[in-house]
Design a protein around this ligand. Structure first.
Ligand SMILES: [Zn+2]
Ligand SMILES: [Zn+2]
Length: 257
């Protein structure tokens, strides 16, 4: 459409109609996207009804709950007893991060959404997933760092899901995003199938800080935390480089797989 035509077109639309279109714009775009990308919810097999967290339907999405049961006050691993304050692992070998702020348990719709984002390339899910993290009360900090992927892993997946989520947090909380401060310099074996000791060994020396960090209090974002080996190794690297404190934020806490 030429500029002249566009101007004429705009003149034809009455202000009232323009306002209706403006107010209903979001709903129209939403319906349009849903008709272009019809899908079935992988959890309940009903039709997905919102492109925002498609293919997971609204009812299943609203089933993603914040976990507030007993957990380790350091690494947030769920604990059976309400009276225990920390897990055995943190008690015997305290990590260098000060605490983990976790949203939910790695199960049901939350694990489905994370896996769809990471392994089916649905990067658009990073936005609604990151918004779940905004429900957690965040401490004052100097910046946010996503857990990095190695060059090869990044090439294979095409994106770093933790970086996509960190961008949303950075924008909403107005805190600096340090996207290239921490690098993963080693290709490591997939952590799944390794025991806790093997996971630590697998990640040893895998990360590198690109420069000295001047006493910053940092948030480290990871999507899923299982044994905490990745968060421990990243925190060690950041503290060694000069960070004052590392607080981990994670979407889902899993037990050992
Ligand atoms: Zn559903
Ligand atoms: Zn713990």
């Amino acid at each position: 459409m030429s500029l002249l035509c566009a101007e004429k077109y705009s003149d034809i639309i009455k202000p009232k109609v323009r306002n209706i279109l403006k107010s209903r714009g979001y709903a129209v775009v939403s319906r349009l996207l849903n008709s272009i990308y019809p899908s079935t919810c992988p959890l309940c097999n009903n039709r997905s009804d919102s492109h925002e967290h498609s293919p997971i339907c609204t009812i299943c999405w609203l089933g993603i709950k914040h976990y507030s049961g007993p957990s380790c006050r350091i690494c947030a691993v769920p604990l059976v007893s309400e009276h225990a304050v920390s897990c055995k692992e943190c008690f015997t070998d305290a990590p260098l991060f000060s605490k983990v702020l976790n949203y939910g348990l790695y199960s049901d719709a939350l694990s489905e959404a994370i896996n769809l984002m990471k392994f089916s390339g649905l990067r658009r899910l990073a936005n609604p997933l990151a918004k779940l993290l905004l429900n957690i009360e965040m401490p004052e900090c100097d910046g946010i760092i996503p857990v990095p992927l190695s060059k090869n892993a990044l090439r294979e997946r095409g994106f770093n899901q933790s970086l996509l989520m960190a961008k949303v947090i950075s924008k909403n909380l107005r805190i600096p995003l340090y996207m290239d401060l921490l690098l993963k310099i080693k290709d490591t074996l997939p952590q799944v199938g390794l025991n806790a000791k093997e996971r630590k060994k697998n990640l040893r020396g895998a990360f590198k800080a690109r420069r000295k960090i001047n006493s910053l209090r940092l948030l480290l974002l990871d999507d899923v935390m299982t044994t905490g080996a990745t968060a421990r190794e990243c925190s060690k690297t950041l503290i060694k480089a000069g960070a004052k404190e590392v607080i981990v934020i994670t979407l889902a806490r899993a037990g050992m797989i």
